[in-house]
Design a protein around this ligand. Structure first.
Ligand code: RBF
Length: 370
């Protein structure tokens, strides 16, 4: 059961901002390179002695994009982070591979890439990837995989990092709640906010969607969420049609997890008069006055830290680590004119105080199990 406790915004000393910390990844003697794998492709033997906890001389990374890079913030940041790291480390090479939108082909494509034995590490960012990696990894026991935006434990070839997306949706939901109950130009009296998803999957159904509703209901328990599904990650026209019908039904603030398709929702919100809060990246400049709040996923930073730890032999496999606001990997972008120039002062003050309370752990909530 999720418990929200009895958070009361305001009245709490916002100045007591807890210093964010970045927990050091614990060292473990588990990393072993896959490049020198021996044996035949289907019957590869695992290396007997792990060679981890020691510096690697070189590193070849496959960034496996489960979709297309352009238009998908989480993938853009992953690719940029890996490429930045390679640019500043002459012993590191990075290949970015786009697997496209046909999910049925992802395992086969990954299998043939891993079979080339060209990569010490497969790096990806998708909640559905660990299971695919586990299956591919059975044939290649020396191949290592690190997946962000996912939670998977117990496989000695796989390490995962889960963003606390309940938390990001919770604070964006709180902001959406402040806007929908406000007297802003396009806010109506329906107390209805909207969420457009590309597809349903456990992280969306159990963390992202409930977090958004719980956050909004802290503002007003009568707020409802109109939830619609596009069916893919690229159809901006379908997202536009959905957004239009949602506005007709009373929605005045949107959120989405829809990759490139979200552009259609943003366009319609601008044309018909509604607001958007956006997950994961700074998109204010795309639609000033329409996009009124942006969360930030520090995926680029996490990617660079992960690769530094891989080089240093410090990655722990078989485990999953959850990172959120307190750990410094999720945040809200409050300094942008897209925020400061679009929202009334009283909303900004309430929301900034709420974010300070989240950072300081003063807002009680429980993340549901995945
Ligand atoms: N997010 C994107 O931005 N673009 C995508 O193409 C995309 N494809 C996904 C496919 C699957 C099967 C799943 C489970 C998620 C996908 N995501 C995509 C969502 C993404 O990995 C992440 O969960 C959200 O961006 C929220 O953090």
């Amino acid at each position: 059961m999720r418990t929200l406790g009895n958070y009361t915004p305001g009245g709490i000393l916002a100045a007591a901002l807890i210093a964010m910390f970045i927990a050091a990844f614990s060292a473990a003697p588990l990393f072993a390179g896959g490049k020198n794998d021996a044996g035949n492709q289907q019957q590869e033997k695992p290396q007997k002695k792990p060679q981890g906890n020691q510096q690697k001389e070189s590193l070849s990374v496959l960034v496996y994009i489960t979709g297309m890079v352009t238009g998908s913030p989480t993938y853009e940041l992953l690719a940029e982070g890996a490429q930045n790291f390679a640019a500043s480390h002459s012993n590191v090479t990075v290949k970015v591979y786009e697997a496209g939108f046909n999910q049925a082909e992802w395992e086969e494509q990954l299998t043939s890439l891993v079979a080339s034995r060209a990569y010490d590490l497969v790096l990806g960012s998708n909640p559905s990837l660990p299971e695919i990696c586990a299956s591919v990894g059975k044939k290649f026991p020396n191949q290592k995989f690190i997946i962000t935006d996912a939670e998977f434990r117990g496989n000695p070839q796989i390490s995962t990092f889960l963003y606390n997306q309940y938390e990001q949706s919770f604070f964006l939901g709180y902001l959406a709640g402040l806007v929908t109950t406000s007297k802003m130009e396009h806010a109506n009296s329906a107390k209805k906010i909207g969420f457009i998803a590309a597809q349903e999957y456990p992280l969306l159904d159990k963390h992202i969607r409930p977090g958004f509703l719980d956050g909004a209901r802290l503002v007003d328990p009568d707020i409802t969420v109109d939830f619609r599904v596009i069916g893919n990650w690229f159809d901006a026209n379908k997202a536009a049609d959905l957004a239009s019908s949602m506005i007709s039904a009373g929605v005045d603030v949107f959120a989405s997890i829809a990759g490139g398709a979200a552009q259609g929702m943003i366009r319609v919100a601008g044309e018909r008069g509604a607001y958007v809060v956006f997950h994961n990246t700074n998109e204010y400049k795309l639609a000033p006055g329409v996009i009124v709040g942006c969360g930030l996923m520090e995926q680029k930073k996490l990617t660079e830290e992960i690769l530094a730890d891989v080089l240093a032999g410090k990655i722990q496999y078989g485990t999953s680590r959850t990172v959120g606001v307190k750990e410094g990997y999720l945040n809200f972008i409050a300094g942008d004119p897209g925020y400061t120039g679009s929202l009334p002062r009283d909303i900004q003050e309430k929301f900034n105080a709420f974010m300070n309370d989240i950072r300081a752990g003063r807002v009680p909530y429980t993340v549901p199990p995945l």
